[in-house]
Design a protein around this ligand. Structure first.
Ligand SMILES: [Fe+2]
Length: 383
């Protein structure tokens, strides 16, 4: 959406480009709230997402269901209740609800009583795909959810063509807008210099790899403009590139899509098949962020899948663990309002400014009754 179309007059900002409320996330998008194995069939799970407590359970058919975690009767947490006949029953007085939020039982009323129609709990559309439980946190009547497959990475709907490895979900001690800022594409060559660089000459033959032996003091950053946005390339003092996993050519799609999904095409080492790191960062509450990540390889044959697993286990996984720690530590040292109110931005930061404004515009558009969908190719496999 063009900036001029966004009404901004009545919007209070808590810092430049952060309208009040955006610190708790963008509603009306699909979020990977749990990994499949984290949702048992016998009991509900309590989750906090975008600052709101929700109860998640599996219905009689095993499908995930998500509702606001308060019984409309006396406000007790539904996540402390029981699953009976596939519906969630409040532990306190036994009101029962289905996944649409409809009350299906008031235990002291006759079955025929219509009193049930007068109480509802807020419900969120939910689905399972690719090893994740997805929830559309928002107002589904006002902003009907798009089909899940249209707004998540294409590989999740294509298991014959791709293999992906899910990482354990993390919680970072920082506001989500700071963690999205932390995904700019020119910090990696500095912050992750030890954990991500590799010798440039030798092709990967299997096994772990050592970091580049170019001394840190001799490393510089070259900024390049790519179809995938601005990127930083690691070079030595003579301008010779140091292998850092950064791919700069033949990349499709957007690096950061709504509601803050990062796609990073990585080459773990020279000669190793490239993969895409997919990363969601969304608020738990105003001070903590859910970090959900998986790595995908294009792999059709058993041989390609085995090779992808070797790259994942030997090189990518140990690296992602270190990289993630490094990123989490940077974000956790920041206060949102202070950080965003006092900055000195350089030319390579302009990508970040565009991403911040896209999040802001998507937030403001919803106040105006419009939901901005993901760009059409945003979730295409990037390499
Ligand atoms: Fe990073």
């Amino acid at each position: 959406m063009a900036e001029a179309q966004v009404p901004r007059m009545e919007t209070r900002e808590i810092a430049p480009d952060i309208p009040s409320g955006l610190e708790l996330g963008l509603r009306n998008y699909w979020y990977p709230v749990l990994r499949t194995e984290e949702l048992p069939s016998e009991r509900p799970v309590l989750l906090t997402v975008l600052g709101e407590d929700v109860a998640v359970w599996r219905d009689a058919a095993g499908r995930p269901q998500v509702v606001h975690d308060r019984c409309p009767h006396r406000g007790v947490r539904l996540s402390r209740g029981r699953i009976l006949d596939g519906h969630l029953q409040c532990a306190f007085h036994g009101l029962r609800f289905d996944g649409t939020g409809r009350c299906t039982l008031i235990p002291w009323e006759p079955e025929s009583s219509r009193l049930k129609d007068e109480v509802r709990v807020r419900a969120y559309p939910s689905e399972e795909l690719g090893g994740y439980v997805w929830a559309y946190i928002g107002d589904a009547e006002r902003f009907p959810p798009p089909p899940l497959a249209a707004e998540v990475p294409e590989e999740l709907s294509n298991p014959e063509e791709f293999v992906w490895f899910r990482l354990p979900t993390e919680i970072w001690d920082a506001n989500w807008l700071l963690t999205v800022d932390g995904g700019d594409a020119f910090h990696a060559v500095t912050l992750h210099a030890d954990s991500q660089s590799t010798p440039s000459e030798n092709g990967w033959k299997g096994g772990t790899i050592d970091p580049s032996d170019v001394p840190l003091a001799d490393r510089r950053v070259k900024i390049v403009d790519t179809p995938h946005g601005i990127r930083g390339i690691s070079v030595d003092r003579d301008g010779e590139p140091i292998h850092h996993g950064h791919l700069t050519r033949d990349i499709r799609g957007e690096r950061v899509a709504l509601p803050g999904i990062h796609t990073n095409p990585i080459s773990a080492a020279p000669g190793a098949e490239p993969y895409a790191a997919r990363l969601w960062q969304f608020p738990l509450d105003a001070d903590r962020t859910w970090v959900v990540r998986f790595l995908t390889w294009r792999a059709r044959t058993e041989e390609e899948r085995t090779r992808a697993r070797e790259i994942f286990e030997d090189v990518a996984l140990p690296r992602v663990r270190r990289v993630s720690d490094e990123d989490a530590r940077i974000a956790a040292g920041l206060d949102l309002v202070a950080a965003r109110s006092d900055e000195f931005l350089f030319e390579p930061d302009m990508d970040l400014v565009r991403i911040r404004r896209r999040l802001r515009d998507a937030f403001l558009a919803q106040r105006d009754g419009e939901r901005i969908p993901l760009a059409r190719d945003a979730m295409a496999f990037p390499v």
